[in-house]
Write a protein that binds this ligand. Structure first.
Ligand code: ZN
Length: 159
């Protein structure tokens, strides 16, 4: 495992034990080059999931990316990393249990918001505001697309 601080590839495992809920192995690692310490989690991956963006583009579901966006929302919040880890595992399990190999990015966003709501109010508001702004920006683009590509067809919307 490469050191995230100095990119040295020879890091050492100092401690290895299951997480509280037994779904992952938590390893504490040490980098002899820069003395950096970091933690990795090893877990079962049941299946490959694809996320379908609003644009229709498909990208492989990336747990680490999801974790990073959640960590941005949780910045400086007093939340135990193991709880965050469990929350993300819960989201992934729910995504997997949908039984679909392709999942809308919207669905992922909704699950994250639901989970954050129970974990930390501040993080929830942060995530929701980013997510909502993003959606509104998209909606706005779509509206512009409609306006520029559509002639007046007589619809007034009130009859
Ligand atoms: Zn290092």
């Amino acid at each position: 495992m490469r050191c995230p601080f100095c990119s040295n590839e020879e890091t050492q495992v100092k401690d290895s034990r299951p997480t509280e809920d037994g779904t992952a192995i938590r390893r504490r690692r040490y980098c002899p080059d820069c003395s950096g310490r970091f933690t990795t989690f090893e877990r079962v991956q049941l299946r490959e999931l694809m996320v379908v963006k609003k644009s229709g583009r498909r990208v492989p579901f990336d747990r680490d990316k999801l974790m990073r966006s959640i960590q941005v929302a949780l910045r400086k919040r007093p939340v135990d990393p193991e709880r965050v880890e469990r929350m993300v595992s819960g989201i992934v399990r729910r995504l997997e249990s949908l039984g679909e190999s392709e999942i809308k990015s919207e669905t992922v966003g909704k699950l994250v918001m639901e989970a954050l709501k129970m974990l930390d109010d501040v993080a929830y508001v942060r995530f929701a505001s980013v997510y909502k702004n993003f959606r509104e920006a998209k909606d706005f683009e779509e509206l512009l697309g409609e306006l520029s590509g559509e002639d007046d067809n007589g619809e007034t919307g009130d009859n």
